[in-house]
Design a protein around this ligand. Sequence first.
Ligand code: PEP
Length: 241
Amino acid sequence: MNTTLKEGKKLIEEILSGTDRIPQDVTLIIAPPFTHLCPAARLIGNRRNPALAAQNSANRESGAYTGEVSASMLASIPCSHVILGHSERREYYGETNEILLDKIRLALASRLRPIFCVGEVLAEREGSMHFQVVASQLREVLCQLGPEDFKKVIVAYEPVWAIGTGKTATAEQAQEMHAFIRAFLAGTFGDLAASTPILYGGSCKPSNAREIFSQPDVDGGLIGGASLKAEDFLAIAGSFA
Ligand code: PEP
């Protein structure tokens, strides 16, 4: 919940003016607040990069759910991706795995690609529960999907203790969890899990992105605070070079 429309448009324009510095094979996705999506779609026009994501969508198809925004509304903008299960949605808005499974199914039915967030809180990591927590988030949501739907999903591992705290997981911690996620998903989806994009999120910045992204199971990043400065966001995207 950052930036007024004017500020958000300026930020998007700055990002757009720097996309030629980013390697051709890097996919950029920007996820502005709902109010900024249509203006963002207009600014992006028919560029291939960046794609557009929403930060949330409803767990109902349509109807009298005042204040909610449905997957089909987003798809009509058009918006191609939606972030679901961000830890702030889970913590402050009571989004359970059950609700998130409904949201993912509706998103997929509207041809949106879900970016599904998983991750443990600090006490869970300190209690060595992190693999168990992430496994249950995957089991109760993604493992309930059929293979055709699963192929469209992007996973974001976001240790909650690293989001907005300035505390980043080490590259080893990120790789260990990403490899675990891939192996866990392979248990249900076999070889398909090898091509699931698994992003790391949590205090990514230009100074640490290259090391994290160089890990074999880290396919990209979900960038929060650093995306509010176009230069930093572009430098992080450029870390894939
Ligand atoms: C986030 O909000 O999902 C996030 C990763 O934020 P930050 O990069 O600021 O930690």
